[in-house]
Design a protein. Structure first.
Length: 298
């Protein structure tokens, strides 16, 4: 056994051999004149470590207590802030639901009648079908439309569940009028009604509704869309062409045809038909219509 192991064995148990704790760290044999002082222990003993651990546990308990108290106050403040934010969000959402609403657009549908002829019953039934699926059983409540029910798949849905500001476009006859639901049960009085707010999109022009009409590829094209500007322009073109053809023979911007004089000349300056020839006119027998001029070369 080495001297080192023999020495360690002789230190175990320390209290039996030396009547005190074994030294874990010993001070140097020669004291440092600056940092070491004679008679002052610089030895780390088991008892010292045990005392340090016990003191550390006491300090940890004190620290834990302080931290717990501080954390409790912070957590309380955070809880209050969270509750306040949740309440504020709920109040804001209520305002949004009441004002703009959560509802969106339903699938555009041809109700088969003009928007002015749509009933609340038709609108609610279609909304139920579009939202929860077709094939259910609808029951309309005339006294309270919001209490109307729609049973499908074993579940009963109420018209009151349809979100505020839900809207649908009526495609009948291309009128495209939009109906919007006002569903505000929290107002006084409560409101539940579908309102016609006018045209949702601009459709093709018809004789009854204004709208978009396809333009001609050229100004002589046939009128095939709408019943407004194209037909008028085409008719105007025809009238204008006929009027020009009656007055002028025109080609390439130059006058090439005969220019006819007015049938009833006046004293005002007029255009005359002029002809040129070598045959002299015979007074009293040669025909020369009134207003025409004949030039004879000798």
């Amino acid at each position: 056994m080495s001297d080192y192991k023999q020495e360690m064995q002789e230190y175990i148990p320390a209290d039996e051999l030396h009547e005190n704790d074994a030294f874990i760290i010993d001070q140097p044999d020669v004291l440092n004149t600056v940092t070491e002082k004679a008679g002052v222990a610089r030895k780390a003993t088991v008892a010292l470590f045990s005392s340090f651990v016990a003191a550390s546990e006491d300090n940890a308990a004190v620290i834990d207590g302080k931290v717990e108290a501080a954390a409790a106050a912070i957590n309380g403040a955070l809880g209050d802030e969270t509750a306040a934010r949740q309440n504020a969000d709920a109040a804001l959402q209520a305002l949004i639901d009441l004002g703009q609403g959560k509802g969106g657009a339903l699938t555009a549908y041809d109700f088969g009648v003009p928007s002015s002829g749509l009933t609340q019953e038709q609108l609610i039934e279609y909304a139920c079908e579009d939202i929860w699926g077709a094939g259910g059983e609808f029951a309309f409540d005339g006294d309270d439309p919001s209490a109307s029910t729609y049973v499908i798949g074993g579940a009963t849905r109420a018209a009151a569940e349809i979100f505020n500001n839900t809207r649908v476009r009526n495609k009948y006859n291309n009128e495209n009028h939009k109906r919007v639901l006002t569903n505000t049960p929290d107002t006084d009085p409560a409101v539940y009604v579908w309102t016609d707010v006018g045209q949702d999109v601009v459709g093709t022009a018809t004789s009854d509704y204004s709208g978009v009409a396809k333009l001609y590829n050229n100004y002589t094209g046939e009128n095939t869309d709408g019943s407004v500007t194209q037909a008028v322009i085409k008719a105007m073109y025809a009238v204008l062409t006929e009027a020009i053809n009656l007055k002028l023979a025109k080609s390439g911007g130059a006058l090439t045809g005969l220019l006819s004089a007015m049938a009833s000349p006046t004293t005002s300056s007029q255009v005359r038909n002029i002809s040129v020839g070598t045959a002299p006119l015979v007074v009293g027998s040669s025909a020369l219509p009134t207003g025409e001029i004949y030039i004879c070369y000798e």
